[in-house]
Structure formats: structure tokens, C-alpha cells
Design a protein around this ligand. Structure first.
Ligand code: NAD
Ligand code: IPM
Ligand code: MN
Length: 359
């Protein structure tokens, strides 16, 4: 990733449902950018599992880490797969095995008309969420006992390690420091947890937060409990520049954040380990309710591609893509979820046209 001359390699995992539909449009945008990037597609999906019994093959994570600069991912989830084993093995498998500890999820209102919040404008809703992505209640530690009987016990443990909690909070503080320099005022960072009800696990979040807050006096750091944080995001989103939280709370807050900006179809994300092969995907899932109808919004996937381009050092191209998407959104050239009438591919056409017009 250090040699700017070398051609970059991107692994593509379109997945299930609308995943292939939206990734198809992101790939059209990528090829229009005419960058020295090659792509290789991998079939891991519900269809592939039904045909072969394979989820994420042995050694796949190591192969991706060695041979690719980044991964572009659509979505996984299919009603024919009991227990969502494919999504867990592939998506959570890659997050964990590649140690992609930062789930970076920008919440950014691109057009005043898209927010359901009365009186709020683009400058009020611009929040970057740092979601811990390798532990918490997602770690899969737990089990069932006397399963299927009236005496059943079902447990998932909330795993919080010193290393895991510190590195995600440090990433958020350090981002907030840089953001503050760009804004010309201290950036507002909120750490949110449930340490009142979970003093053991989330007490660790509090102790790490106290240490980092002292180390970053130039960041305007505050703490909110998760319930109040969710309320405040709706009541006064302008209070937040950066939010850092655990895996589960970050999952929930970012769907809420997407709704503040027009819906899931527009929300991008990165699963990142700085300096390593990282994975970029829209926040939404496979949307079985609209799959195959050609109406899925491709813009979340296209904005995820922009985040990927930033990660591999193609910031100029990333900026062009964001600019084109913003233009398309503001001019109403969108799919029905954003109030437009375009199909998935016509929305992709509009992005391509904007890219070539806005040189
Ligand atoms: P979802 O995000 O797939 O859909 C929620 C709602 O948002 C649906 O009404 C859907 O039509 C709409 N929507 C989502 N993306 C859209 C788009 N691009 N354009 C227009 N509308 C869009 O969430 P769900 O229904 O809870 O989950 C469906 C499946 O996806 C489940 O199996 C779930 O586990 C999985 N899932 C996967 C990921 C992922 O792969 N990263 C993320 C979330 C959910
Ligand atoms: C997401 C999804 C996943 C998560 C699911 C599919 C396991 O909701 O990427 O937001 O909870 O992380
Ligand atoms: Mn989610």
C-alpha cells in the first residue's frame, strides 16, 4: 500500500439480495474513474452455500490480507439460510480474522430535504461514528444449555478487553483531534456506554476514557449513557462530531443515524485496520423485500467505494465520487427510497454522468 505506482487489487464480495445489484453500480463507477486498480470477485453468499456447503473457506482471510489492498462488500443475509451462518462466518469472520477493529460509519446529511427532523439542516447532521468491531457481545462467547426445554439457558457474554477498548477510543480521539484542527474549534467527541447498568464491562470504557481525555485536552470530550445518546441524536444531532462506542451500540446507533439522513440506502461504512487490507460496505443488509426489483439505492455502496479509495490513497478520486453523489442526491436523481423515480442502474447512470460533468 506504500508504492503509489503499483496497481491496486480489490477483492469484491457482492453477496446476497441487493448486494450484487448495488455493487454492480459501484463497480461501474470504479471503472469510470480509470484508476490502476484490478478487481477479483468472490462468490461467498447464500447461493454458494446452498450449492457447496461452504461459507468462508479456510485460509480466505489470510489470502485476502496478502493479495489484496481492500475488499468491497455488498451484503449477506438470506431467508433460506438458517441462523444466518453465512453472514456470520463471512462478514463477522472477516472483521475478526483481519482484525478490522474500527467500524467507521459517517452520518452525513447530504440534502436538507432528506432528514425527518424538523428544522435540521446539513450543517447540523455530520457525525462520525467509531464502532468497536472485533469484540463486545459479537465475540460469540456463550452457549445454550438444556436447549429446547423449559429450563433452557441462553448466554452471550459482552467481551471487553483493555487492548480493544483502548484502541477504538484512541482512534476516535485521534480523529477528533485532526477534525478539530480542520474545524478551527475543539471537535466534540462523545463516548457512550451503559456503565450505570454494566459497571464491570463498561467500567473499563470509563477508565480508558478518563485516561484518553487527559491525553487529548484539545478534544471536547463528553460521556453519555447510550439511552440518552440515542435520544440526543434525534433531539439535537448538532451536539455531536464524533461518537465512539461498543460493537452492539454502534450497530444500532448507525441505523438510527442513517434514518436521520434519508435512510439506509445512502449510508456507507468501512471496517478498518489502519495500514492493512480493510473491508468497505454499505450499512444496509441484503433487503430481501426489494431484492431483484431493480429499485435498490446504490449510493451507499458507491459512497463505501469512496471510503475504500481514501483507504488506498486515492483521495482525489474519492472526493470526485462524493461530489458526484452529492450532486445526484441534491438534484433528485434518486431511487424511490429517497423520493425519486429512478431504477438502481439509472441512478448509477446519473452518478457516471455527474462524474464526467463535474471534472
Ligand atoms: P436491511 O438493511 O436489509 O433492510 C432494512 C430496510 O431498509 C428494508 O425495508 C429494505 O428494503 C431497506 N433498504 C435497505 N437497503 C436499501 C437500499 N440500498 N435501497 C433501498 N432500500 C433499502 O435490513 P434487514 O431487513 O433487517 O436485514 C435483511 C438481511 O440482511 C438479514 O439477513 C440481515 O441479517 C442482513 N444484514 C446484513 C448486513 C450486512 O451484510 N452488512 C447488514 C444488515 C443486515
Ligand atoms: C451491520 C450488520 C451486521 C452487524 C449483521 C449482519 C451481523 O447489521 O453490518 O451493521 O450487526 O454488524
Ligand atoms: Mn447493522
Amino acid at each position: 500500500m506504500t508504492d503509489p505506482q503499483r496497481s491496486r487489487r480489490i477483492a469484491v464480495i457482492p453477496g446476497d439480495g441487493i448486494g450484487p445489484e448495488v455493487i454492480g453500480q459501484a463497480l461501474r463507477v470504479l471503472s469510470a474513474l480509470d484508476l490502476p486498480i484490478t478487481t477479483t470477485s468472490f462468490p461467498w453468499s447464500a447461493e454458494h452455500w446452498l450449492a457447496t456447503g461452504e461459507t468462508l473457506p479456510q485460509g480466505a482471510a489470510a489470502m485476502l490480507a496478502q493479495q489484496f489492498d481492500a475488499i468491497l462488500f455488498g451484503a449477506l443475509g438470506d431467508p433460506r439460510v438458517p441462523d444466518q451462518v453465512v453472514a456470520r462466518d463471512v462478514l463477522l469472520g472477516l472483521r475478526f480474522q483481519l482484525d478490522l477493529y474500527i467500524n467507521l460509519r459517517p452520518i452525513e446529511l447530504l440534502d436538507d430535504r432528506l432528514t425527518p427532523l424538523r428544522g435540521k439542516r446539513c450543517e447540523d447532521i455530520r457525525i462520525t461514528v467509531f464502532r468497536e468491531n472485533t469484540e463486545g457481545i459479537y465475540a460469540g462467547v456463550g452457549g445454550t444449555f438444556r436447549r429446547g426445554t423449559p429450563d433452557e439457558i441462553a448466554i452471550n457474554e459482552d467481551i471487553n478487553t483493555r487492548k480493544g477498548v483502548e484502541r477504538i477510543q484512541r482512534a476516535a480521539f485521534s480523529f477528533a483531534r485532526d477534525l478539530g484542527r480542520r474545524l478551527g474549534r475543539p471537535a466534540r467527541l462523545c463516548m457512550t456506554d451503559k456503565s450505570n447498568a454494566m459497571p464491570q464491562a463498561h467500567g473499563l470504557w470509563q477508565r480508558v476514557f478518563a485516561e484518553l481525555r487527559a491525553e487529548y485536552p484539545d478534544v471536547a470530550a463528553q460521556h453519555l449513557y447510550i439511552d440518552v445518546c440515542a435520544m440526543e441524536m434525534v433531539r439535537a444531532p448538532e451536539r455531536f462530531d464524533v461518537i465512539v462506542t461498543n460493537n452492539l451500540f454502534g450497530d444500532i446507533l448507525t441505523d438510527l443515524g442513517a434514518a436521520l439522513c434519508g435512510g439506509l440506502g445512502l449510508a456507507p461504512s468501512g471496517n478498518i485496520h489502519p495500514g492493512r487490507c480493510s473491508l468497505f460496505e454499505p450499512v444496509h443488509g441484503s433487503a430481501p423485500d426489494i431484492a431483484g426489483r431493480g429499485v435498490a439505492n446504490p449510493l451507499g455502496a458507491i459512497l463505501s467505494l469512496a471510503m475504500l479509495l481514501d483507504h488506498i490513497g486515492e483521495s482525489r478520486a474519492a472526493g470526485r465520487v462524493r461530489h458526484a453523489v452529492t450532486h445526484v442526491v441534491r438534484s433528485g436523481q434518486t431511487t424511490p427510497d429517497l423520493g425519486g423515480t429512478l431504477s438502481t442502474s439509472a441512478c448509477g447512470d446519473a452518478v457516471l454522468a455527474a462524474l464526467s460533468e463535474l471534472r
